[in-house]
Design a protein around this ligand. Structure first.
Ligand SMILES: Cc1ncc(COP(=O)(O)O)c(C=O)c1O
Length: 430
């Protein structure tokens, strides 16, 4: 409901003690009336929806609890928590680099932090573009004056290494950007190690978006020679959205130290962020609750171990993909370029993807994602989404939705396939 402008003349006599609230407000010179607000309970569904889209994903109880706590952002306790977040992040990124920083913002803020610190006017940037998010890197680099060339990869395909090598030789970029997993088109640049090796050979820094892949599939920052890895909280890590992480190599840090001028974005200035992340002093008021949530999410990853977590993700996603094919539907993209973290499913003729997303949410209380232009829907397989009970509920909801909307699907065959595939997993892993 729009705010109502109060009709009130400030010279009207009034008795503040007895006057209605509107008159008191008007007397104080306030023209905008108190809005009518529905309580949160009236807006939220009575039963929480199961979040099985491309993120955010369900969060474990420990993460939710940590997210409800507020502490001093500069005290000793916070300093110890930051130290633990950094050492756990080093394990998850597989790096010995000291340069682990957090950012109060979405995954895009961590992407922008990498760009705004490593790129300045005239910096040559080559951006591998497999979709919407990898294209965002190019856009960010242009906005800080980078001389950007894009390597546009056909939809549903990972980058061709020969083509990349030729482009690197021609463009001679200082910075290469790439999305490990391109969520928008459900494309996986599985050859990230080789991509980084090619870039290193021409002395080019590598910036990788691991927003949807970190902790779901192997990524060895140091061994693969990646200079900046960025991630958000709300996907593979199963934390909350709004607190993100960046890991920078020493090579990247040296470039930041040698910048000819300060970066244009004050909040995203890595050297200022290091005040908080390395010297326990003030940059801006850190999102303490979100950092506590991230601490718990990282702790759960460490307790599970990366090996087991990768196995859980691969097994669950593979089982779900087989089940979707058993329904009679096609997976999107070239088989060797498919992302496991987010499954893309082609829509059969006559089925509207928007209707699928709306129906599964309203009728079955399961949330999945549409797409950025492609005729697909997307089911997430990140963090808590990769649990057997969530897979079965989602498959039932998705298959039933397709049937309700008139598609010919074989739900019993799909359920049997999911069960058969999951039988191969140790029970405690899922
Ligand atoms: C691969 C990838 N990169 C970047 C982003 C941007 O993250 P955020 O929406 O948190 O800014 C997303 C979000 O979906 C993503 O999937």
């Amino acid at each position: 409901m729009p705010n109502t402008v109060l009709a009130f003349r400030s010279d009207q006599p009034h008795d503040a003690a007895r006057a209605p609230a509107a008159a008191v407000a008007a007397a104080a010179g306030m023209r905008i009336a108190q809005p009518h607000i529905e309580p949160l309970d009236a807006l939220l569904p009575a039963e929480p929806l199961l979040m099985m889209g491309a993120g955010p994903v369900p969060i474990p109880a420990r993460v939710a609890h940590a997210n409800s706590i507020v502490i001093n952002h500069l005290g000793d306790t916070m300093a110890r928590i930051i130290g633990q977040v950094q050492s756990m992040a080093r394990y998850v990124f597989q790096t010995e680099s000291p340069w682990i920083l957090g950012v109060a913002g979405p995954g895009s803020a961590a992407m922008e932090m990498s760009i705004t610190n490593l790129v300045w006017p005239g910096t040559k940037v080559l951006s591998i573009c497999n979709g919407y998010f990898s294209g965002r890197f190019a856009e960010m680099a242009r906005r800080v004056g980078g001389d950007v060339t894009t390597l546009d990869v056909p939809p549903g395909e990972s980058v061709d290494l020969g083509e990349l090598e030729a482009m690197l030789a021609r463009v001679r970029p200082t910075v290469l950007t790439v999305a490990h997993g391109e969520t928008s088109s459900t494309t996986f640049n599985a050859h990230l190690a080789q991509i980084a090796r090619l870039a290193r050979a021409v002395d080019c820094l590598v910036v990788a978006d691991a927003v949807c892949t970190l902790s779901t599939t192997p990524l060895l920052m140091d061994d693969w020679g990646i200079d900046a890895v960025v991630t958000g909280g709300q996907k593979g890590l199963s934390s909350i959205p709004g607190v993100s992480l960046i890991a920078l190599s020493q090579r990247a840090w040296d470039r930041i130290e040698s910048r000819p001028a300060d970066p244009p974005h004050w909040c995203l200035d890595a050297k200022l962020a290091a005040q908080f992340w390395h010297h326990a002093s003030y940059h801006y008021t850190a999102p303490v609750s979100g950092i506590l949530a991230l601490h718990e999410a990282l702790h759960l990853v460490c307790q599970e171990t990366l090996e087991r977590r990768f196995t859980r993700h691969l097994s669950c996603s593979t089982a779900m993909q087989r089940a979707i094919e058993a329904l009679g539907l096609n997976l999107y993209g070239r088989a060797d370029s498919r992302l496991h973290s987010v499954i893309g499913i082609e829509m059969p003729a006559g089925i509207d993807r928007r209707q699928v997303c709306a129906h599964i949410s309203q009728r079955y209380r399961v949330e999945i994602s549409g797409s950025f232009g492609l005729d697909i829907v997307r089911i997430g397989q990140m963090g808590e989404q990769c649990r057997a009970h969530n897979l079965f509920r989602t498959l039932h909801a998705f298959g039933s939705t397709m049937r309700d909307l008139g598609a010919a699907v074989d739900l019993p065959a799909a359920a049997a396939e999911l069960e058969r595939s999951l039988q191969h997993m140790p029970y405690d892993a899922i």
